[in-house]
Design a protein around this ligand. Structure first.
Ligand code: AMP
Length: 217
């Protein structure tokens, strides 16, 4: 299976799309945001460094992120293909990742850019709720993504939570970070000939179908 990198602004649907592709193809799902949230939960040194930055909508250092990624992609569940959700986010991360891949003899795979406008992404971020136990993502205002019982995970039956960085104020900062630091990756990967573009639709199934076409092309 081709490895996948999702390139998209916050709340474009990277996490949801990743969950759907993991179910269809059995990819390993690597979300650097989830890895960092785990470090925070476990009160590690990395977690302590990352917490404040994440609350403010700022990026965590490239050094920390590369360390997390190089540990994660060498695990055995990544041998048959993995999805990178939220990495790389800077040109420097992308270049370091290229070096890491050539050292490990792994392929970059395909980069899928999810096209979404700022308003739709903001609406999604502010209504997104997540299960603290299994990580499943819900959305209060989407018929196909709301939980069966208000604010309760369908599977784990625990209360859903809003991420602390999904407030309107922090979202704007995260979006600005994305535009200034992550958007340059669009040209970087386009020039390498590995970039594919799909659209974020209201329905996650439409977006998923576009992603499947790209993967199976
Ligand atoms: P996410 O769950 O992907 O929206 O990431 C949540 C937050 O974690 C981001 O707003 C950043 O503060 C941090 N983060 C996640 N991935 C990266 C990355 N590749 N580089 C820098 N910071 C990151």
């Amino acid at each position: 299976m081709k490895n996948i990198i999702f390139l998209a602004p916050p709340a474009a649907g990277k996490g949801t799309l990743s969950e759907m592709l993991v179910e269809k193809y059995g990819y390993a799902h690597i979300s650097t945001g989830d890895l960092l949230r785990e470090e925070i939960k476990n009160k590690t040194e990395i977690g302590k460094q990352a917490e404040g930055l994440m609350k403010e909508g700022k990026f965590v250092s490239d050094e920390v992120i590369i360390k997390l990624i190089s540990n994660r992609i060498t695990k055995s569940d990544c041998e048959n293909g993995y999805i990178l959700d939220g990495f790389p986010r800077t040109l420097n991360q992308a270049k370091e990742y290229d070096e890491l891949l050539s050292k490990l003899g792994k392929d970059l795979g395909v980069v899928i850019y999810i096209n979404i406008d700022k308003e739709m992404a903001m609406k999604r971020a502010c209504s997104r709720i997540t299960c603290p136990k299994c990580g499943r993502i819900y959305n209060k205002y989407s018929n196909e993504m709301k939980p069966k019982v208000e604010n309760i995970c369908d599977d784990c039956k625990v209360t859903l939570q809003q991420r602390s960085d999904d407030s309107e104020q922090t979202f704007v900062k995260r979006f600005d970070e994305y535009v200034s630091k992550t958007m340059p990756l669009y040209d970087y990967y386009k020039n390498k000939g590995v970039l594919e573009i799909i659209n974020a639709y209201e329905s996650k199934y439409e977006t998923f179908n576009e992603a499947v076409k790209v993967i199976e092309r």
